[in-house]
Design a protein around this ligand. Structure first.
Ligand code: NAP
Length: 247
């Protein structure tokens, strides 16, 4: 088991990539805090973890709300013995529109969840990690961050921002025993990609060297490795997991 007894928080873990990550972490022995906007979905994932013989805690959190994030940190410390070893900043959303049609509200909402949410959670756990002298901060960026994507001014800004913050935190926290890395998923089969129209899917598949979308577990496996001691000298990196979509 590569994460035995590590306390790990996974945000946006009620479904999709976050759910798969929470389950994989539990399989590797981690005690997992399953964080989501929807408590029932989070509890379902915890039930699954407990049925596997693992340990989990479901917490309802809006990552864009700092009070909610602080409550998440307190609940984690209270429940799992006063430490936090890993956070996976995975909660995210989309509100796509071309630049000239994008509402200010939808720009602000995506930035509040995908960018400031990552800042809120990382800042709150970093204080605990600095005090304990160790920790791993992981975040979900996207393959679109360095390239841009049609209709995604808000989303691309947020995901490029996550890359920038990751590199800052690797520099600031490295000497305190903390690593910071990001995963940049390609197109993964989740609710987020379920609404892409079929002709667009066909075009995307042409661009992906492996000729198919990925599974949430493909991203979860990258997070397991980055969280583990096998990646103990890896920091400030963005690991692309995209089936060769960016070649
Ligand atoms: P998903 O299935 O839509 O899951 C997103 C999760 O985040 C949901 O459980 C959602 O909760 C939760 N969430 C949304 N806003 C939240 C908030 N304010 N506070 C707490 N939780 C919140 O999407 P996914 O594809 O797994 O995406 C996971 C991450 O991967 C996102 O950051 C996304 O941008 C990134 N990503 C995905 C792809 C892809 O192809 N799927 C590609 C690149 C990057 P509810 O269900 O309650 O709304």
């Amino acid at each position: 088991m590569r994460l035995k007894d590590r306390v790990a928080i996974v945000t946006g873990a009620g479904r999709g990539i976050g759910r798969a990550t929470a389950v994989r972490f539990a399989e590797e022995g981690a005690k997992v805090v399953v964080v989501d906007l929807d408590l029932d979905e989070a509890q379902t994932v915890v039930d699954e973890i407990v049925a596997m013989g693992g340990q989990g805690l479901a917490v309802k959190v809006d990552v864009s709300n700092r009070e909610s994030v602080n409550a998440m940190v307190k609940a984690t410390l209270d429940h799992f013995g006063g430490r936090i070893d890993v956070i996976v900043n995975n909660a995210g959303t989309i509100r796509d529109a071309q630049l000239i049609k994008m509402s200010e509200q939808n720009f602000d909402l995506v930035i509040a969840i995908n960018l400031k949410g990552v800042f809120n959670c990382s800042q709150a756990v970093a204080q605990v990690m600095v005090a304990q002298g160790s920790g791993v901060i992981l975040s979900t960026s996207s393959l679109v961050a360095p390239y841009g994507n049609y209709g995604q001014t808000n989303y691309v800004a947020s995901k490029a921002g996550v890359v920038g913050m990751t590199k800052v935190w690797a520099r600031e926290l490295g000497r305190k025993g903390i690593r910071a890395n990001a995963v940049a998923p390609g197109f993964i089969e989740t609710r987020m990609t379920a609404g892409i129209p079929e002709p667009v899917v066909d075009k995307l598949l042409e661009r992906i060297a492996m000729g198919r979308f990925g599974k949430p577990e493909d991203i979860a496996n990258a997070f397991v490795w980055l969280a583990s001691d096998e990646a103990r000298y890896v920091s400030g990196q963005v690991i692309g997991v995209d089936g060769g979509a960016t070649l």
